[in-house]
Write a protein that binds this ligand. Structure first.
Ligand SMILES: [Zn+2]
Length: 178
């Protein structure tokens, strides 16, 4: 397979977070997130997946998910489930969210390592602002990593919080009080 064909596939599958928000309602995505622990198995293919997800009553639902590029190179997605809602249901959301998180893991890890390196050599704020943003869970991991030796105690977030001065009341120039 050529590099450009591989790049096309990487763009197609799995669908990105922004694409998932167009395929599912916000409620379905939330429901899917809570169902991720109920995924029994995922069989991956380069442009899709078959999966089984456990339902609330212990039944298991069978899913077929697929991505295709149309003639204009635009990605289209199909999802078919054995549950009552059939198409882009919460089970499909659960599986696609898992696949998306999996595909995103290397990028997140790289961003985290950039932050660790920059913080350890006390990079200036202007440099930190140019680093890729961290997701909340990775920001917590960053704090954990920085608390390990040989990082000094003053990097401890709790210590920083305690030493922060209390906000004082704003002063007004005496001339403003008539
Ligand atoms: Zn379903």
């Amino acid at each position: 397979m050529t590099d450009s064909a591989l790049a096309e596939l990487a763009r197609l599958w799995p669908p990105e977070a922004a694409t998932l928000r167009t395929l599912f309602s916000r409620q379905r995505l939330q429901r899917g997130r809570s169902l991720q622990a109920q995924i029994i198995e995922i069989q991956r293919s380069p442009t899709g997946a078959n999966a089984r997800v456990r339902g609330a009553a212990g039944e298991s639902f069978e899913l077929a998910l697929q991505g295709v590029l149309d003639r204009d190179g635009q990605p289209h997605y199909s999802a078919l489930c054995s549950c009552r809602s059939r198409r882009f249901c919460e089970h499909a959301a659960a599986v696609l969210l898992s696949l998306q998180a999996e595909a995103d893991a290397p990028r997140r890890e790289q961003a985290l390592q950039l932050w660790v390196a920059a913080m350890q050599r006390r990079a200036p704020r202007s440099e930190l602002q140019r680093l890729p943003p961290l997701e909340a869970a990775d920001a917590a991991r960053l704090m954990d990593l920085l608390q390990q030796p040989p990082v000094e105690a003053r990097w401890h977030p709790a210590a920083q919080r305690q030493s922060r001065p209390r906000p004082s009341k704003p002063c007004r120039p005496s001339s403003s009080r008539a």
